[in-house]
Ligand binder design. Structure first.
Ligand code: CMP
Length: 144
């Protein structure tokens, strides 16, 4: 099953120069990068991205964090990439994330958890449409 998912390096990941290491993990796993950009997130885009969290008590803090600096957002493609990336990223709370996962290796606090990964196929489709225009996603089937 070929899928696509949205992965974002959050402002703390960019600031800590972790972008390369995060990209490397997805590349070495064999997934294909089909979209990539860096941007400063607006409050509006963020509230659409986190539409289910808008009413949570921690939302203002989440908004402040996610708009505190640029994010690097990517679309990765491959077999069961949605589930595979959730495993690679690790538990939302870094204290419960296993060593070897991105969060387990690079973070220790839930409100500074370095990276976002879509949580389902439907979520991935919604998020990809929200963050990327169709022409920003490239099909480059050279060798596979
Ligand atoms: P993410 O997987 O990107 O999706 C929702 C984000 O909300 C999550 O990562 C955390 O950064 C944040 N989040 C979830 N729960 C809490 C919480 N209890 N306190 C602060 N931030 C949270």
């Amino acid at each position: 099953v070929r899928e696509r998912t949205l992965i974002a390096v959050k402002p703390d990941g960019v600031q800590r120069r972790l972008v390369g290491q995060i990209i490397q993990r997805f590349e070495q796993r064999g997934f294909k990068l089909v979209g990539l950009k860096m941007l400063q997130v607006s409050d509006d885009l963020l509230s659409q991205h986190y539409c289910e969290l808008r009413t949570k008590p921690f939302y203002p803090r989440l908004q402040e964090y996610m708009t505190s600096g640029p994010v690097v957002v990517m679309v990765w493609e491959g077999h069961k990439v949605v589930q595979a990336s959730r495993t690679m990223v690790g538990h939302t709370n870094p204290l419960e994330a296993q060593a070897g996962t991105i969060r387990g290796d690079f973070s220790f606090h839930i409100s500074r958890n370095v990276v976002h990964a879509s949580d389902s196929l439907e979520g991935a489709q919604r998020e990809i449409q929200l963050w990327f225009q169709k022409k920003e996603l490239l099909n480059w089937d050279c060798f596979d």
